[in-house]
Design a protein around this ligand. Sequence first.
Ligand code: HEM
Ligand SMILES: *[C@@H]1O[C@H](CO)[C@@H](O)[C@H](O)[C@H]1NC(C)=O
Ligand SMILES: *[C@@H]1O[C@H](CO)[C@@H](O)[C@H](O)[C@H]1NC(C)=O
Ligand SMILES: *[C@@H]1O[C@H](CO)[C@@H](O)[C@H](O)[C@H]1NC(C)=O
Ligand SMILES: *[C@@H]1O[C@H](CO)[C@@H](O)[C@H](O)[C@H]1NC(C)=O
Ligand SMILES: *[C@@H]1O[C@H](CO)[C@@H](O)[C@H](O)[C@H]1NC(C)=O
Ligand SMILES: *[C@@H]1O[C@H](CO)[C@@H](O)[C@H](O)[C@H]1NC(C)=O
Ligand SMILES: *[C@@H]1O[C@H](CO)[C@@H](O)[C@H](O)[C@H]1NC(C)=O
Length: 501
Amino acid sequence: MRFAVFLALGAGCAAAVPAHDVLSQTSLLKGKRKMNLLQEVPGLVPLPSAAKVAGLDTNNIQGDILVGMKKKQERFIFWTINDPARFKSTLRAFIVPQITSVQQLLSTTTQPLVALNVAFSQTGLQALNITDNLSDAAFSRGQFADANALGDPDPTKNGTAWVDAFRGTNIHGVFLLASDNATLLDAQEVVVNSSMGSAISVVYTLQGSIRPGPQAGHEAFGYLDGVSQPHVDGFGTAFPGQQTIDPGVILVGEQGDSLSAKRPAWTTDGSFLAFRQLKQLVPEWNKFIASSAPGVPGLTHAQSVALHGARLVGRWKSGAPVDLSPLVDNATLGADPTLNNNFDYTHQGFDLSSDQSHCPFASHVRKTRPRADLDAAPNSIIRAGIPYGPEVTDDELTSATSTLDRGLAFVSYQSQIAKGFRFIQASWANNEKFSFGKNDTTPGFDAVIGANRGGQRFMSGYDINDASKDLSLLTDFVVSKGGEYFFSPSISALRDFITAP
Ligand code: HEM
Ligand SMILES: *[C@@H]1O[C@H](CO)[C@@H](O)[C@H](O)[C@H]1NC(C)=O
Ligand SMILES: *[C@@H]1O[C@H](CO)[C@@H](O)[C@H](O)[C@H]1NC(C)=O
Ligand SMILES: *[C@@H]1O[C@H](CO)[C@@H](O)[C@H](O)[C@H]1NC(C)=O
Ligand SMILES: *[C@@H]1O[C@H](CO)[C@@H](O)[C@H](O)[C@H]1NC(C)=O
Ligand SMILES: *[C@@H]1O[C@H](CO)[C@@H](O)[C@H](O)[C@H]1NC(C)=O
Ligand SMILES: *[C@@H]1O[C@H](CO)[C@@H](O)[C@H](O)[C@H]1NC(C)=O
Ligand SMILES: *[C@@H]1O[C@H](CO)[C@@H](O)[C@H](O)[C@H]1NC(C)=O
């Protein structure tokens, strides 16, 4: 009987996972979910109720695309296909029926114990004989070829931070497993492994987790993350200050995807997934912020240090925007999604082209969404990343040196990588001349993610009382370990096209 189950799961490399394990792991995954697999974080826009999403085919869209924020745990499993025919039939029989949709994630009662999504790189589609042109040049080339354009130090050189698995185009796809429980993630991984057997080789795995206790929902530097996401028209209602975008800005083939006519029909309701492993040097950042904070009259040293960090990010640790609360943090404001996104950098009696007393031009949030600074077509993404790595240890804190790897497993979804992630990183964050039209014509690099191929950076406007001074950023506190570009197809495309016999 055990043997029969083992065969039914189709394990090709039998030695890896004993049959009884697969059986017990499979049964672990059969239970019913009692707790939300997503953390409800005060300050973030709540998910729309299942009834309010009538405009989109939410049963057909992979869940992570629109409901990716605040998974409690997530495991990214990157693989290369060895046996395309067997991969296809296994995906069809065992994986596709388990793919989690947007609709399923909207309520605890419909969430699976472990959510499962899948996405393919260009070389992964090629391995499956899918030669359609998706009309996304960045996707076609892969991220390794894009490293220079993204501002990374040359990853073909030794000694750079790129993870070996990301160097090249060897990664064919990724499974995204999300849950609130590592035992369940392990169980799902065993089942995926054993069903795929030797059809794939896993080349890299990254485990992400929401941070513990009161840091839940905050990224590794300590700032609340995921506060400002665009509102996708047809998916819930907009909160004050939220940017409403056409669904086609995120979903291929939908209203607002300017390349719809060039996309093969099967790509409709899919989305491009940009993955980046971004290492954060947290103790180094803390030390730098403490040592470079300008003294501010009326504030204690600790308060001026907190202000300095907040002005580099554009939000306080609570999530409150410095544009609305320019001198001190305000936790009430940070926790209120009807107030904390309702700003656009304009203020009565202040000139938008020169005022940095509320928020520096080069702060992370102002660079990545310029609001009133730029009247332009939306270069918008949905962010679905999660922190990875352990909390900072006492030793790291005292030595102000990172010895452990931690940061952000960054994920963004967009219908065109060139307009989404790539544009925001390369044309805004890394562009010292952006925003345009300011009295200071070189506002500098995004203080958090701006990258200069490892070279030194600067930002203007960091000192609330003297906008004429620049801040030198001699080292990067966010270091790219590389990544890959993927396409996350609709569930019907997985079933009726990609794995069709
Ligand atoms: C380790 C790297 C990163 C850290 C620590 C980080 C941190 C943050 C924080 C704290 C916020 C403010 C809270 C929020 O609105 O969610 C934010 C917002 C944002 N980030 Fe990042 N981020 C990182 C990487 C990136 C990258 C690579 C991009 C895109 C290229 C990006 C794009 C954005 C956008 C678009 C917003 C929202 C801005 C707004 O709408 O006001 N971030 N990030
Ligand atoms: C891909 O095409 C080749 C050549 O026509 C064929 O031998 C192979 O079986 C195909 N693979 C799949 C997974 O369809
Ligand atoms: C794919 O299509 C785009 C335009 O949609 C075109 O620029 C590109 O050359 C095409 N690539 C190939 C390999 O045909
Ligand atoms: C990088 O290091 C490997 C071994 O560690 C070596 O084989 C290779 O030649 C080096 N490449 C360069 C460009 O230095
Ligand atoms: C995780 O799931 C396993 C299997 O259902 C269960 O035994 C364990 O108690 C769970 N752990 C937590 C922290 O909920
Ligand atoms: C799944 O397989 C990979 C290697 O292919 C291995 O590293 C990993 O530990 C396996 N996972 C589990 C949970 O057995
Ligand atoms: C904090 O923000 C809330 C909401 O905007 C506001 O009502 C309150 O006055 C603020 N508190 C302080 C101390 O500014
Ligand atoms: C821009 O204007 C601000 C505010 O008037 C001023 O402090 C700053 O020196 C000006 N910067 C430049 C480069 O002119």
